[in-house]
Write a new protein. Structure first.
Length: 203
């Protein structure tokens, strides 16, 4: 219970500090005919005002100045559990198509200059039918897609009864149990389970 309270308090602070993206931290309203990039930024980041350069930097996950294929696939949500059913052949097809659009010098990477030139040329990232592009960790996805929609800073512990809440905190408890178990094992001079049975002392 102590850890749950701390986690909940942390989520409240993160929700309050998430930034002002038109109307608090709630998702901006976008036209259903908006392009995929606009929908992605609204759905995944709650941002409505952005340019090509800021979009690029936001999705340059390792901050090395270019997008690798894995980063492009991650932006399209292909590293997320929701797209685990997408076959490798389709992933390869998406990767190839996007690099064809963006990688003008053919080196297998997309630089910020290449992306900005693509957008300034009147183009936009296409919708590859992989959803809005879930690419955050579990904590982020829970906050952005559930907490901010159904809860706020006034939410009490006893109000966290949605299936998503229960599943989220259950994961935390499981992780904490595993961490405690590992910590105990690390403190032991010898881990008995790792000793072949024939060498263990009986009785």
């Amino acid at each position: 219970m102590r850890s749950t309270i701390l986690i909940t308090a942390g989520l409240v602070c993160r929700a309050l500090g998430h930034g002002d993206h038109s109307g608090g931290s709630q998702k901006p309203m976008v036209n259903e005919n908006a392009n995929w990039m606009t929908k992605h930024m609204a759905e995944e980041h709650h941002i409505s005002d952005f340019d090509a350069s800021s979009f690029f930097v936001l999705h340059d996950y390792d901050a090395d100045g270019h997008w690798e294929s894995e980063e492009i696939l991650r932006t399209y949500g292909l590293m997320d559990e929701s797209n685990k059913g997408v076959p490798q052949s389709r992933r390869t097809e998406i990767e190839r198509e996007l690099l064809h659009l963006l990688d003008t010098n053919g080196d297998g990477l997309v630089t910020r200059d290449e992306f900005v030139a693509f957008i300034e040329g009147g183009k936009t990232l296409p919708d590859m039918n992989t959803g809005p592009g879930h690419h955050g960790d579990d904590e982020y996805e829970y906050e952005i897609h559930h907490w901010e929609k159904y809860h706020d800073e006034n939410t009490r512990l006893e109000d966290l009864t949605h299936p998503e809440d229960i599943e989220h905190f259950k994961k935390h408890e499981m992780l904490e149990d595993e961490e405690e178990k590992l910590e105990k094992l690390n403190k032991m001079a010898i881990v008995e389970d790792n000793i072949p049975s024939k060498f263990r002392r009986s009785g």
